[in-house]
Design a binder for this molecule. Structure first.
Ligand SMILES: [Zn+2]
Ligand SMILES: [Zn+2]
Length: 603
């Protein structure tokens, strides 16, 4: 292996680690209450320190210029680990320490900044790392890291071109991984080295997510209401309301899925597009290599699917741009191939949509984070991102985090097979997917997803062998058995069930794009509801049988006893609800929100 290949390999391996780190850090910063509190305090402190001080200290979190210089001096005198593996370990260790020190308070800011600066010295692509730091490191510490960088660059003529510290022997000068490699990166560099251009972090939390989400143009808003908890009390729940009047039959909004998958029996058949789920009329487009045997209705669908998740999960291509893609030896390639085979086998055997939706969601988040991290224009195939807010910088996790879910326990090896796929695609990425987090994601996909159906729905879906209580359910007014696929939608996830619903999800474009249609007149402020299950009374069914059937399906799929008006009106006085007691605890609602959401809203 020649030297420049070695550097490329290090870059690839490290980028995987850094992506995992960025994704993880971003998640942690939003889910750990203490961490958030700390950040808020920091912010206040920074504001105060920006008022003119008489002590002669710099605005940099009260760190003296001399302290800064001697800190730089001491880091400079440290040896940089020699090999690629040592470098990566050193990098992870420094970043981890920096993170811990940040949380300890202002006294530790300089030591924390030194850690991040050490990591920067060994990272092959400093500009990109600084972009990550800007988003993840508390502002006062980030400012110190930038002070150290500026001091270093201005003091050392050999580094004046933006190269940070000795990287590696035999570095290729033309390598795109060093310093600001191109016009675009130079601008990025200027932007991040100019502290005046820093955007304050966490503004979104101060202003409030629900003022940005969903976009006003969708004619709906999220509101908190108190609903019966089925145990004689009430619980607080987020619901969707219309922000203007609608007549019956009018379209309230349309929404593209964040992720959508075909039903297991249609996958690889070539009848439906694997990306938009459209029924294919002519010859489908078949990609050269694709473990799921996906087909597409158009080259645009192929490009989008690959960029979002397909490349990472089901091909041996690199999800990163060629310039920094890790050199993949035969062993690694084989490992990746085996991991994907095992995952595909698992998906085929389980026949459930949720595990694949979760995998695609994680992959799409990685694709979005990669796009943010790398200078524009060097990503292969640009993934389009959904517009889910009016401004504010929100990641896909921000949308997932606030949704209700059911506690589920994924099958024994489910987390493992997905972890292997992530790890062999981008080493380090697997660290992000703990068993617990994976379980929560699966629970959210199961609870919130909609069935995609065309017209009256399909009639040819194979009967499942699973017991009714284990059968996967999606929110489909004509019944899950009529759908061709499953989609996860950020806004529509907020719609509650009602057995006499005020709206209906339909798919008139023949794709997974959902349109929400009012089924009765709605006035501004009215709650939108849909039927999660088939609530019609079938021929030959008595009112009581129909009522029991739908309530049983709701209890099995979403673990709640419906307390809607229709259920109450059709209920018999003193009736004993056969079976329902065995399905859900105390006739209540078992769905929940993550602790962090409850805490954030309580404070
Ligand atoms: Zn398509
Ligand atoms: Zn009901």
């Amino acid at each position: 292996m020649n030297r420049s290949t070695t550097i490329m390999t290090v870059a690839g391996v490290t980028v995987g680690g850094v992506l995992a780190y960025a994704v993880y850090f971003d998640y942690k910063r939003r889910t750990d209450a203490n961490f958030r509190k700390q950040l808020r305090k920091e912010k206040k402190r920074v504001k105060q320190s920006q008022t003119p001080s008489e002590s002669g200290q710099t605005a940099t979190g009260g760190v003296d210029a001399n302290d800064l210089r001697s800190a730089l001096e001491s880091v400079r005198n440290e040896e940089v680990p020699p090999g690629p593996e040592e470098k990566e370990q050193y990098f992870m260790k420094q970043v981890g320490m920096g993170e811990q020190l940040c949380a300890k308070g202002p006294v530790y800011h300089l030591p924390a900044a030194m850690c991040f600066y050490r990591a920067l010295r060994v990272y092959p692509s400093p500009v990109e790392l600084i972009v990550i730091y800007e988003k993840t490191v508390p502002p006062p510490v980030f400012q110190l890291v930038m002070e150290l960088t500026n001091l270093d660059v201005s003091n050392d003529p050999s580094l004046a071109e933006g190269k940070i510290g000795p990287l590696s022997d035999g570095e290729d000068e033309s390598s795109p991984l060093r310093g600001p490699p191109s016009e675009a990166s130079s601008q990025e560099w200027d932007k991040v080295t100019d502290p005046g251009s820093q955007t304050p972090a966490l503004t979104k939390d101060e202003i409030g997510y629900y003022t940005f989400f969903p976009p006003k143009a969708m004619n709906v808003a999220v509101e908190t209401v108190n609903v019966p908890d089925g145990k004689g009390g009430t619980m607080s729940k987020k619901v969707l309301v219309v922000t203007k009047d609608f007549k019956a039959g009018e379209v309230i909004y349309q929404e593209d899925p964040i992720v959508a998958v075909l039903d297991a029996d249609l996958q690889g058949k070539g009848t439906h597009c694997s990306y938009c789920l459209r029924q294919i009329q002519n010859d489908p487009i078949r990609p050269e290599s694709d473990r799921l045997h996906s087909v597409y209705c158009s080259s645009d669908c192929l490009t989008q699917h690959k960029a979002h998740s397909q490349t990472l999960l089901f091909t041996l291509e690199s999800p990163l741009p060629a310039a920094i893609a890790p050199e993949m030896g035969d062993t690694l390639r084989k490992e990746r191939e085996n991991a994907q085979k095992a995952f595909v086998e698992y998906l085929i055997q389980t026949k459930r949509a949720a595990p694949e939706l979760v995998a695609r969601f994680v992959a799409r988040q990685v694709s979005a984070e990669t796009a943010k991290m790398l200078p524009r224009g060097i990503l292969p195939g640009v993934a389009s991102e959904p517009v889910l807010t009016d401004g504010g910088e929100y990641s896909l996790y921000d949308h997932l985090e606030r949704l209700r879910y059911l506690e589920v326990k994924p099958a024994d090896n489910e987390t493992h097979v997905l972890k292997d796929v992530l790890q062999t695609a981008l080493p380090g990425l697997e660290q992000f997917l703990t068993e617990e987090r994976h379980a929560t994601f699966v629970g959210k996909m199961s609870y919130n997803s909609y069935g995609v159906y065309f017209g009256e729905g399909r009639e040819d879906k194979p009967e499942t062998a699973a017991r009714p209580e284990n059968t996967e359910k999606t929110r489909t007014p004509c019944g899950t058995s009529k759908q061709i696929g499953t989609g996860f939608y950020a806004v529509s996830s907020y719609i509650s069930h009602n057995c006499a619903p005020s709206a209906e999800p339909v798919f008139p474009t023949g794709t997974a794009q959902l349109q929400l249609v009012a089924t009765c007149a709605l006035q501004k402020g009215d709650e939108i509801t849909v039927a999660y299950v088939d609530v019609s009374q079938h021929s030959g069914e008595t009112l009581e049988v129909a009522r029991r059937r739908r309530r049983m399906e709701l209890a099995r799929g979403w673990r709640f006893a419906c307390s809607c008006r229709r259920c109450a009106e059709e209920g018999l006085e003193g009736e004993i609800e056969e079976g329902l007691e065995g399905e859900i605890e105390e006739g209540g609602d078992e769905s929940r929100v993550e602790d962090i959401v409850t805490r954030a809203e309580g404070s």
